[in-house]
Design a protein around this ligand. Structure first.
Ligand SMILES: C[S@@+](CC[C@H](N)C(=O)[O-])C[C@H]1O[C@@H](n2cnc3c(N)ncnc32)[C@H](O)[C@@H]1O
Length: 345
């Protein structure tokens, strides 16, 4: 169609044009009021913060060095508090691993209860790798029944290599793992890795000064064979050292010390000849590095197998020591006390 013949533009209908608001709506008013309130609050808060900062700066300039130190400690503790997953328990919590027929926890609780207090059993957790249906020892039922009577917590399917996962957030100042053995031949050398994993896992549930108790066989009058077990078969010195544990004590272990205890092999329900004459080795968690432990007392003994040296547990002359842990417990009691005092500061 030619231009001049085009239809004239139609006028827009007046009702379709949006009309300006003559009066702001009530919701507009309330929004405005809210924004005003918020900005007022913000300025009030910032002025309060400024005042606070000024006061702190003034106090920091005028405070004594002692007060300053305690303030810094408090601030640091507050900052790290939420990161600290490990609660500080009392020093009596005790974990027993690989309990087998449960005769050791039974004898241990009976003995300690006599010395300490009724209800001691409640602070003990006794565990075993196998499930109850896999345990057929003739004394198992009697021992577990007695342990339950004493309030001991029993757990099954607990692998010593992963206790940091199973007991996350708990602290055990004492962990017992007697005659650790997976049922394989010593020559397969599966125990050194198992023990290394165990020490690494246990160190996550312990603090410096906490202890691991491990009964191991001792062959009297045959140092070669003895070193074969400790160095080559178990590799316990290096396993402990790499997780910053140091051997602090060695003492007699057996039925005489724990009346009612009966050692049993992993695969058979009878005691092994090598376990007849055993020693309990006590390892303590330190702040020392593995290399420092190696160069400090007591020094390990080297045992050579096929041109390779294996580190054996050092000979420390505490065999005849029959003392229990009173001295250590008094020390840890004091430590706990000091720690609690520092927290209250
Ligand atoms: C030689 S028996 C000693 C049993 C008991 N401690 C005693 O003194 O009679 C070794 C025990 O360690 C357990 N065990 C083996 N491997 C384990 C692991 N990775 N974690 C926990 N326990 C384990 C076995 O199930 C067995 O009960």
């Amino acid at each position: 169609m030619p231009r001049h013949q085009r239809e004239p533009l139609r006028e827009i209908e007046p009702q379709s044009v949006p009309q300006p608001l003559s009066q702001p709506s009530s919701s507009y008013h309330s929004l405005q009021a809210k924004l005003q309130q918020r900005s007022l609050k913000r300025t009030r808060n910032s002025s309060r913060r400024d005042e606070n900062n000024q006061r702190l700066a003034y106090e920091a300039d005028n405070e004594s060095p002692r007060k300053k130190r305690s303030r810094i400690v408090k601030v640091r503790r507050k900052k790290t508090e939420h990161k600290c997953k490990r609660p500080r328990a009392t020093n009596s919590e005790c974990l027993i691993l690989g309990a087998g027929n449960f005769s050791f926890p039974n004898a241990f609780v009976e003995k300690e209860q006599e010395k300490k207090h009724l209800g001691f059993g409640e602070s003990v957790t006794a565990t075993e790798l196998l499930k109850p249906e896999q345990l057929h020892s003739p004394i198992y039922a009697k021992c577990t029944k007695n342990l339950q009577r004493h309030g001991v917590q029993l757990k099954f399917g607990v692998d010593a290599r992963y206790i940091h996962r199973q007991f996350r957030g708990r602290r055990f100042p004492k962990i017992h793992f007697n005659f650790p053995h997976d049922g394989k031949s010593y020559n397969e050398r599966t125990l050194p890795t198992m023990l290394a994993d165990f020490f690494a896992s246990a160190s996550k549930l312990q603090l410096v000064g906490d202890r691991i108790y491990m009964a191991l066989p001792k062959i009297e009058g045959d140092p070669g064979k003895n070193n074969y077990y400790k160095g080559y078969a178990y590799g316990v010195y290096d396993a402990a050292r790499y997780s910053r544990y140091r051997l602090v004590k060695k003492r007699q272990f057996g039925e005489k010390r724990y009346p009612g205890y009966q050692h049993e092999m992993t695969t058979e329900y009878k005691s092994a000849e090598v376990a007849e004459n055993a020693r309990e080795y006590i390892f303590e968690k330190t702040t020392l590095t593995p290399i420092n432990i190696l160069h400090s007392w007591p020094k390990p003994i080297d045992y050579r197998v096929y041109d390779r040296n294996y580190r054996c547990l050092p000979e420390i002359m505490t065999d005849s020591d029959s003392s229990d842990d009173e001295e250590y417990e008094n020390k840890t009691d004091q430590k706990e006390h000091q720690y609690a005092k520092r927290l209250r500061m």
